[in-house]
Ligand binder design. Structure first.
Ligand code: WT7
Length: 635
């Protein structure tokens, strides 16, 4: 089908118009021609954003792993599906062919079955970036178990919360993980977490770092002997289009993390179609996304999108600065990477090192560069475009979210002219809207407002696990009949979008979404703390860093502030993970509040940003006098 692979701008507009005028016909054609279905659908789309309820390809039956693996065996059996590059370059890369992947996924699936895992059961995967992570994900999908991958950098408390929220019966983990020169004791973290998780019956452990760990009899087992004994044939479970495929947690501005539920058919169709077009993937290309499979980027664009297209997807275990800051470029050179997809925070960290390390390597294989996770600032955009892309590989700034499942606003390389810091045009089938604060849509160009999406797309999350009301309140209540993204954006004179950042209480630090409330809850656990408020402030590598304002209890004792700061960050590390640590902690007597008791973060943000020339009207505050004190003691 010609539509599947867009080749020039005129075609983009044509296909886009069709996708908006006749969305059902459009997606039906894509679905018809490029996937393996056990049974076709009765309805392409049913939807109601007020309930909210969305279903795509209702009545269809399929298994996504047959689309990711089985159907490639005849033509691509020996092609590398997963190219694994370990943390230590001396260990050497591992090429896993589609046929090997088929056998390994089937073995893993049989092991899960032998432990009683059935269709619909939740399995928590807490595994570092090694092949077993992708294999475990696919093994769950093969038998219809719902995977819940938790990024293996989260703390034991965060892990326990996620395991319990979705009642996972099993945890798959590793003895430990490598991270540059360091190792992390993953099994120890799992052991701590499971003290609070009575529902977990089995823990399967991958041997990676050969550390000394304790195994709880009757619960914990090494995975390898089980895999060795398992059959390499496992029939794929037939799934309905709207059966859940996975849960993936994302931070909310308040309370518990949100378990976003993604379903099978629509997610498959959209991630496959976006992958093909946004990266212009051609047979025999080597594609590399540097994200972790613990995030949505890895789910959609390391595992499902690439594999449904029969691509070679590179998986990297390590970090950008080990053994030195040239590691990314070394890998691009060594494996002749054609598409490279990373995050602005990594770009900024690498740009700081200058361009000598980039120039040392041959990057001529690169055809497409991608960016995702947060707005990419002008300087980082140019550095990436000029030094890595040599001004000839288009840089695609892809805007999307855990909730959207796939890329929503993005240039199509070699099709859409790029513009620094702009995500440019909506992808095929995506209908964005900018709204003003009164709920009116801002029509026309050169407008700025809150970014919403007007019409369903196939890979949107269908609900929050166990809390449909929260799904409705968070995404469908701010603007009637629309999905609200939580981001602000502007549309320029030619209709290009630029994402300006979050407009809610989520702060993006090094590309990680962090809600203010969970961090404040953690800080408030410290016995000396009575109240706290977190805001973000600009940071040259992380994009944003965290600034905490903390009110101490009046106990009469004097305490060493630096010790307190350490203890507070320690608590945050235990509750959430090191990514949520505060860069600055200011102790204060009070926090500016409205008369209804809400903390005025806008003021705290300005003080943290050192931009106090225009604080706005503070006279309506309950306690305007605290503002001057906070300013005087700002860090
Ligand atoms: C939030 C979603 C989508 C995978 C990674 C993050 C921000 C993401 C961009 C971009 C500006 C971006 C938004 C969004 N964001 N990509 N290209 N330009 N902002 O997924 O953790 O769910 O975070 O990341 O604020 O809402 P996530």
């Amino acid at each position: 089908m010609s539509n599947y692979h867009i080749k020039h701008l005129e075609e983009y507009y044509q296909v886009y118009r069709k996708s908006v005028r006749e969305p059902e016909n459009f997606w039906e054609e894509v679905a018809e021609e490029h996937f393996l279905w056990r049974k076709k659908w009765n309805h392409v789309l049913r939807w109601d954003f007020n309930k909210p309820e969305v279903s795509w390809f209702e009545g269809a039956e399929l298994n996504i792993t047959e689309n990711c693996i089985d159907r490639h065996l005849a033509t691509r059996g020996d092609k590398t599906a997963i190219l694994f590059e370990p943390n230590n370059p001396e260990e050497g890369a591992e090429h896993i062919s589609y046929r090997q992947l088929y056998h390994r996924v089937n073995k893993m699936a049989n092991v899960l079955k032998s432990k009683g895992i059935q269709k619909g059961d939740r399995v928590c995967i807490y595994v570092p970036m090694i092949p077993e992570l992708a294999i475990a994900v696919l093994a769950c999908a093969r038998i219809g178990a719902i995977h819940s991958v938790v990024f293996a950098g989260f703390s034991s408390t965060a892990l326990a919360t996620r395991i319990n929220d979705s009642d996972c019966k099993m945890v798959i983990t590793a003895d430990g993980s490598y991270r540059g020169a360091k190792t992390i004791d993953l099994k120890g973290i799992v052991d701590d977490a499971l003290e609070q998780c009575p529902g977990v019956q089995n823990v399967l452990v991958v041997k990676r770092i050969h550390s000394n760990i304790t195994m709880k009899t009757g619960r914990d087992e090494w995975l390898q002997p089980l895999l060795d004994a398992a059959s390499d044939q496992c029939k794929a479970e037939v799934m309905k289009a709207e059966d859940p495929l996975f849960i993936l947690y994302t931070s909310g501005s308040t309370g518990q993390p949100k378990g976003m539920v993604h379903t099978t058919a629509g997610y498959m169709v959209f991630t496959a179609y976006t992958f093909k077009n946004v990266f212009q993937y051609r047979e025999n290309d080597v594609y590399w996304c540097t994200a972790d499979i613990g995030w949505i980027t890895g789910h959609s664009y390391i595992v499902y999108g690439p594999l449904t297209n029969g691509a070679t997807s590179l998986m990297f275990e390590g970090v950008p600065h080990y053994p030195d800051f040239g590691r990314f470029w070394d890998i691009v050179d060594k494996h002749k990477v054609n598409q490279f997809y990373t995050a602005p925070t990594a770009i900024r960290a690498l740009a700081k090192q200058g361009s000598e390390l980039v120039d040392k390597y041959n990057l001529s294989s690169l055809k497409v560069l991608g960016s995702v996770g947060e707005p990419i600032n002008e300087e980082a955009w140019h550095w990436y475009n000029d030094n890595v892309g040599k001004k000839k590989s288009p840089l695609v700034d892809t805007w999307w979210q855990t909730e959207t499942g796939g890329i929503m606003i993005t240039p199509i390389p070699y099709v859409t002219p790029t513009k620094p810091t702009y995500a440019t045009l909506p992808f095929i089938g995506i209908q964005p809207a900018l709204m003003d604060e009164t709920g009116q849509e801002l029509k026309g160009n050169q407008v700025e407002g809150r970014l919403c999406i007007k019409f369903p797309w196939p890979s949107m999350a269908r609900t929050i696990w166990g809390n449909h009301q929260r799904y409705k309140d968070t995404y469908f209540s701010a603007f009637e009949g629309m999905y609200f993204t939580g981001d602000g954006a502007l549309r320029d004179e030619v209709g290009y979008y630029r994402i300006t950042g979050r407009v809610d209480d989520v702060i993006i630090v090094s590309g990680h979404n962090l809600g203010t409330a969970p961090i404040e809850d953690a800080i408030n656990e410290h016995p000396a703390v009575s109240e706290s408020a977190i805001v973000g402030f600009p940071h040259d590598v992380k994009g944003n860093a965290l600034y905490g304002y903390v009110i101490l209890k009046d106990t009469g004792e004097s305490r060493d502030p630096d010790n307190l700061r350490k203890e507070i960050n320690q608590i945050i590390t235990e509750h959430i993970g090191p990514i949520a640590k505060l860069d600055k902690i200011q102790f204060t007597q009070g926090l500016p509040k409205t008369r209804s008791g809400k903390i005025m973060r806008r003021i705290l943000r300005k003080i943290a940003e050192k931009d106090t020339s225009n604080l706005g009207d503070i006279s309506t505050l309950l306690n305007p006098e605290v503002v001057q004190d906070i300013m005087d003691q700002a860090l």
